[in-house]
Design a protein around this ligand. Structure first.
Ligand SMILES: [Zn+2]
Length: 313
C-alpha cells in the first residue's frame, strides 16, 4: 500500500474550477501520487498550447510512433486544471461494498429532464440525442497512437513529450454534466485533477525514482509520456486514494459515468491488464459511443481493443 505524502489536497469543493490559486498554494506541497495518474501536483501548470485537427477518420495504429490523419480543424480547449493529488494504494474492497444501481430510475423516454435519474438509459444515445457525447477530437500529431479513433495512453503507448493539449473541452463539459446530475442525487463529485503535462509528470516521476527507486516508483507512478492525464482526457475525482472506494459517489460514478462518455479506466481485478491498480477515482473520456460499448462489454479499454499495457524497457 502506497500512500504518499498525505493529503495536502483541498477538501471537497463545490467549485470544480478551483484552479491556479490552489494549485499554486500546493506547489511545493508534495509528492503524492496517483497511479495511472502518476500524479502529484507541484510546479507550474503550463499553458496548453496545441491546437489540433479534428478528424472523423478512424485510424488504426498500434505503433507508438504512428500518427493519425486528420481533417477539419477544431480548436481545442485551453483549460488547465492541475490540482493536487493524493495517494494510491492497493487495498482490496469487497464487491458487497458496492450496491448496484446507485439511484437509477426509469429510462428516458422523451425529452431530457433535469432530474438526474432520468438520464439513465440502457442503450447508447444517438447523435442528436441530448445526452449524446461525441468522441474527442483527434490530433494530427506524430507519436500519438489511435486505435479505431481512440487515443491510447498506457504503459505500452506513450505520448510525445511536446503533446500539451490541456483538458479537452468536451471532456470538461461532460464532467460538469455528470457532476450536476450527481448533485441532484445528493452526491458530491468534485474535480480533483485533469490535464498534466509531460514535464510535470517527469518531475513527479523522477522525484519518486530518486526516493524509492524505479522499480517501486513504477508501481504507483506513471513515467513521463505514459500518463493518461497528459492526453487531456482523464479526470480524477474526489479523494484520490482508496478511501474513495465504496463511497456513494464512487458507486454512482462506476454505474453512471458511461452515460456521460466516460469509462472507469482502471477497474478492480484488472490490474495486470491495465497495468495499474484499481483506481475508483480515475475516469477517461471517450464519448458515449465507446463508453457504452466498453461499459456493456465489461472489459477494460485494453481488452476491448486487444492491446496490452506494459513498459517495454
Ligand atoms: Zn488519474
Amino acid at each position: 500500500m502506497l500512500t504518499e505524502g498525505g493529503n495536502a489536497f483541498e477538501p471537497p469543493k463545490e467549485d470544480i474550477k478551483m484552479k491556479r490559486s490552489i494549485f499554486t498554494a500546493l506547489a511545493v506541497a508534495a509528492v503524492l501520487s496517483c497511479t495511472a495518474c502518476g500524479s502529484t501536483e507541484v510546479g507550474t501548470a503550463e499553458p496548453p498550447a496545441v491546437t489540433a485537427s479534428g478528424t472523423k477518420e478512424q485510424a488504426t495504429t498500434t505503433a507508438a510512433n504512428d500518427t493519425v490523419s486528420a481533417e477539419p480543424s477544431t480548436e481545442i480547449a485551453q483549460t488547465t486544471t492541475d490540482e493536487s493529488i493524493a495517494a494510491v494504494s492497493d487495498t482490496a474492497v469487497t464487491s458487497e461494498a458496492l450496491p448496484a444501481g446507485g439511484g437509477e430510475a426509469e429510462p428516458v423516454t422523451t425529452q431530457p429532464q433535469t432530474q438526474a435519474q432520468t438520464r439513465s438509459r440502457d442503450t447508447a444515445p444517438s447523435p442528436g440525442d441530448a445526452d449524446y457525447a461525441p468522441a474527442p477530437v483527434q490530433y494530427d500529431i506524430p507519436g500519438i497512437t489511435y486505435i479505431q479513433g481512440t487515443l491510447i495512453a498506457n504503459k505500452s503507448y506513450s505520448l510525445p513529450a511536446d503533446f500539451n493539449p490541456g483538458l479537452d473541452s468536451t471532456c470538461e463539459n461532460q464532467f460538469y454534466k455528470l457532476q450536476n446530475d450527481a448533485a441532484q442525487q445528493g452526491l458530491n463529485i468534485w474535480f480533483a485533477s485533469g490535464f498534466r503535462s509531460y514535464d510535470y509528470q517527469a518531475q513527479i516521476y523522477n522525484n519518486y525514482v530518486a526516493r524509492d527507486g524505479q522499480a517501486l516508483a513504477d508501481t504507483y507512478s506513471a513515467r513521463p509520456g505514459y500518463s493518461e492525464h497528459q492526453s487531456g482526457l482523464a479526470i480524477d475525482v474526489n479523494q484520490i486514494d482508496d478511501s474513495f472506494i465504496g463511497t456513494p459517489e464512487a458507486v454512482w460514478l462506476e454505474n453512471h459515468c458511461h452515460e456521460y462518455g466516460f469509462i472507469l479506466r482502471y477497474p478492480r481485478g484488472k490490474e495486470s491488464i491495465t497495468g495499474y491498480q484499481y483506481e475508483s477515482w480515475h475516469i477517461r473520456y471517450v464519448g458515449t459511443d465507446l463508453s457504452y460499448a466498453v461499459h456493456d462489454s465489461g472489459l477494460t479499454l485494453e481488452e476491448y481493443f486487444g492491446i496490452d499495457s506494459s513498459y517495454k524497457e
